[in-house]
Design a protein around this ligand. Structure first.
Ligand code: F6R
Length: 256
């Protein structure tokens, strides 16, 4: 795991943007796994500003709420269109987001996995982290080998997301999410976390035991993970000084 700690959210976002931009320049037909939520918003703004060529890029989003149509302003279809896709030259046919309105959810989930496989797998999977350690919407106790499927959100995640629905009572209970096994097959995972609210989940994920109670901790078993943090999100890490030293002394060919 490479832990990148920057003084601010902007700094950490800048590192992630450079890393993604390099991938798109080196591999114009890259397959990206994308996340939603507050965390990647500044990253999407920065990527749009960089005027990269997305024509041959394929994307797969991590998740979507069950029962929300793409036009619903709180759906992840809507989020992605507003915050990234309409600002870049990506081809519509290369965009994949779980269908929250699928009539047969298990069949849809099987097809989603099949599409990822047919695209050649995910080169770079962008991840946020829930305050309970979830990645995608794989809540604590999710199987660490899980595949794309329906999940029930915890009360805590519904509370965290209530702001997008005008209150907790209206927040959906169910989502379709890539599984942890699906995420773990990506070639490179790039996780971003900002703010004190994420500090405990990050400390558990990076320095705690591998446990389904902090799903992000499974990333310790992944061969290539980059975690970009601001000071607040990094505040509970015991080996902070070492991570900083590693980053500041990277050989030239390894820098972002
Ligand atoms: C969203 C997703 C979630 C979020 C997480 C953090 O596609 O997969 O795991 O990354 O809930 O959300 P924010 O960034 O809003 O704190």
């Amino acid at each position: 795991m490479e832990i990148v700690i920057q003084p601010t959210e902007e700094g950490a976002t800048g590192v992630a943007a450079r890393l993604m931009a390099r991938l798109l320049r080196d591999k114009p037909d890259a397959v990206l796994g994308l996340a939603t939520g507050s965390t990647p918003l500044p990253l999407y703004r920065e990527l749009a500003r960089m005027k990269l060529d997305w024509r041959r890029v394929t994307t797969f989003n991590l998740d979507e709420y069950v029962g929300l149509a793409p036009k619903h302003p709180a759906s992840y279809h809507y989020f992605m269109r507003e915050n990234l896709f309409r600002h870049i030259n990506i081809s519509e046919k290369n965009i994949h987001i779980p269908d929250g309105m699928a009539a047969d959810v298990p069949a849809f989930c099987r097809r989603y996995e099949e599409r990822i496989r047919r695209a050649g797998g995910i080169d770079l999977q962008l991840l946020g982290i829930g305050s309970d350690g979830h990645i995608g919407f794989n809540e604590p106790s999710s199987s660490l080998a899980s595949r794309t499927r329906i999940k029930t959100l915890t009360a805590r995640t519904r509370r965290d997301n209530a702001r997008h629905f005008g209150g907790e009572a209206r927040a959906p209970h169910h989502v379709i999410t890539m599984g942890i096994g699906t995420i773990m097959e990506s070639w490179h995972c790039l996780l971003l976390a900002f703010g004190k609210k994420k500090a405990r989940a990050i400390a558990g994920a990076v320095e705690g035991p591998i446990t389904a109670m902090n799903p992000a901790s499974v990333l310790q078993l992944h061969p290539k993970v980059t975690i970009c943090l601001d000071e607040d999100a990094a505040s509970l890490l015991k080996m902070k000084r070492y991570y900083r030293w590693v980053f500041d002394n990277k050989p030239e060919w390894q820098t972002f």
